[in-house]
Design a protein around this ligand. Structure first.
Ligand SMILES: [Zn+2]
Length: 416
C-alpha cells in the first residue's frame, strides 16, 4: 500500500480539503482521508505539495485509427490493417502522456480498434478503451470509408447486432453529414426518423448505448426523438447559423443526454474542400467555427445540459491525441465552471462511457487510474497542461520525463 498526499485533490465531483490523502493498494483506491488525514502506520506516503491529484481523464470522442495529421480520416479507406495497429498504440501513448486513462473510440476503420482491444494484454500500460466499431452511416455518407454503410431499417438493425456480436461497447451513428466527407452536407440528416429510432431500439435491446453525430438542429431533434443516449457536436446548425431554442435545450437537459461538443483545438487545421465549402456557406472561417464551439459549451451548460469532454482526437493537426486538456480549458473559456468542466472529463464522461463504476472518480474500490498535475487545477485549469505523472491501476505509467515510467519519475514514487 502507498499513499499520495497532494496539495489539492479533485475526486471527480468536488475538490477535497488541501492535504487530503489517497490510499492505493493492489491497483485500487482503498481509502480517501480528507485533511487532516490519518495514514495507516507503516504506509509509505508520497508528499506532493503544489500538485493536484485527479482521476485519470476520459476522452469521450477519439479516433484511434487516425494519426492527428490533416487528411488522416479521408485517407482511412486505403490504410493497411497492420499499419493501423501502430497508429492505435501510438495514439494511446500520446493520450496517456496527457493524463487520459480512458479513451472512447467513436470512429473505427472497420473493427481495427475493437479487435485490438479484444486481444490486448492486461497491464500493457495503455489507457482503457471503450470502442464503437465503425460508425453506422448511409451509403456514401459521412465517414463511409470506415466501413459502416447501411441502407434501410433491416440493414440498420443488422449493423447494430453485428457491433454487439463483435464486442463493441457503444453504437455510433452518423445522424448528419460532416465537414470532412466529400459529398455530405452538415445541414442534412442522413437517416429517416424511423431508421434512427430502429437503431436505438435494437441497441438498447442488446444493452448498448447509442451516440449520434449531429451538427444540424434537425439531426439533434431527430436523435432526441429517437431516444439516443448521447449526441456528438450538437451544434444546432441551420442555414441561418446556430439556432437552438430554449425548448430544444430544455428537452436536451431533461432527457439527460450526454453531449460532447468536441471543442478543443490547437492551431488551425487545413480542412478538405467539403469542410471549406460548408464554412463559406455560413460565412465563417475555421477560427470562427472553433470560437462558436467554445461559446456553445457555455450555452449548453447554462441550460443544464449534461456535458462530457471529448476532443475528436486524431482527426487533424489541430486535434492530435492528447489534446483533451485543451477541450477542458475551452469548456471553461466558454463559461463552464472549472469543477463542472473537470467533472465532464472525469466522472460524468466515465458514467456516459459505461465505465462509471470503476473509472472517473477517486473513490474507494475504484481503479487507481490517476493524474497528477503541477499547480492547483481547481483554481487554474491550465494546470492540466503540466502533467507530472499518470497512474494506471496504481502503477505509474507515465512521468514528466516523457518516457513511460518503469521506476520513479517522482522521487520515491515507483509502483509498489
Ligand atoms: Zn469524430
Amino acid at each position: 500500500m502507498f499513499a499520495l498526499r497532494a496539495g489539492r485533490v479533485f475526486d471527480g465531483e468536488r475538490a477535497l480539503a488541501p492535504g487530503s490523502v489517497v490510499l492505493i493498494d493492489g491497483g485500487r483506491i482503498v481509502g480517501i482521508e480528507e485533511a487532516p488525514a490519518d495514514v495507516p502506520s507503516g504506509c509509505e506516503v508520497r508528499d506532493l505539495p503544489g500538485a493536484t491529484l485527479l482521476p485519470g481523464l476520459v476522452d469521450a470522442h477519439a479516433h484511434l485509427c487516425a494519426d492527428g495529421t490533416d487528411g488522416t480520416l479521408e485517407r482511412l479507406g486505403e490504410v493497411e490493417d497492420a499499419a493501423l495497429l501502430g497508429t492505435i498504440e501510438d495514439g494511446l501513448r500520446k493520450q496517456l502522456a496527457a493524463g487520459v486513462t480512458t479513451v472512447r473510440d467513436l470512429g473505427d476503420r472497420r473493427y481495427a480498434v475493437v479487435e485490438w482491444n479484444a486481444k490486448r494484454r492486461d497491464g500493457d500500460g495503455l489507457p482503457t478503451v471503450v470502442a464503437a466499431g465503425p460508425p453506422i452511416t448511409t451509403v456514401g455518407g459521412h465517414c463511409a470509408n470506415m466501413g459502416g454503410e447501411v441502407a434501410g431499417i433491416s440493414q440498420i438493425r443488422e449493423a447494430v447486432r453485428e457491433r454487439a456480436a463483435r464486442g463493441a461497447n457503444v453504437v455510433k451513428i452518423m445522424g448528419s453529414g460532416g465537414f470532412l466527407t466529400t459529398g455530405t452536407d452538415v445541414l442534412r440528416c442522413q437517416f429517416e426518423p424511423d431508421e434512427l429510432a430502429a437503431a436505438v431500439d435494437e441497441a438498447h435491446r442488446l444493452g448498448l448505448p447509442v451516440t449520434v453525430h449531429a451538427h444540424p438542429r434537425a439531426a439533434v431533434l431527430q436523435a432526441m426523438a429517437a431516444g439516443a443516449d448521447g449526441i456528438e457536436h450538437c451544434m444546432f446548425l441551420t442555414e441561418r447559423g446556430q439556432a437552438a431554442t430554449a425548448a430544444d435545450l430544455a428537452e436536451l437537459a431533461s432527457r439527460h443526454i450526454a453531449v460532447c461538443v468536441t471543442s478543443g483545438a490547437v492551431g488551425t487545421p487545413r480542412l478538405p474542400p467539403n469542410g471549406r465549402a460548408m464554412l463559406e456557406r455560413f460565412g465563417l472561417t475555421v477560427a470562427d467555427m472553433i470560437a462558436a464551439m467554445k461559446r456553445h459549451s457555455g450555452v449548453l451548460h447554462a441550460a443544464g445540459v449534461k456535458l462530457i469532454a471529448g476532443a475528436d482526437s486524431g482527426i487533424n493537426s489541430s486535434k492530435p491525441h492528447g489534446v483533451l486538456p485543451v477541450t477542458v480549458q475551452f469548456y471553461v473559456a466558454g463559461g463552464v465552471p472549472v469543477i463542472d468542466a473537470l467533472a465532464a472529463a472525469t466522472s460524468v464522461a466515465a458514467d456516459s462511457c459505461g465505465v462509471g463504476t470503476r473509472k472517473g472518480r477517486i473513490r474507494r474500490g475504484y481503479d487507481a487510474d490517476l493524474l497528477l498535475v503541477d499547480g492547483d487545477a481547481v483554481a487554474d485549469v491550465s494546470a492540466l497542461d503540466r502533467p507530472r505523472a499518470v497512474y494506471l491501476a496504481g502503477r505509474q505509467s507515465w512521468a514528466m520525463s516523457g518516457q513511460p515510467a518503469t521506476s520513479d519519475g517522482l522521487r520515491g514514487a515507483g509502483p509498489t
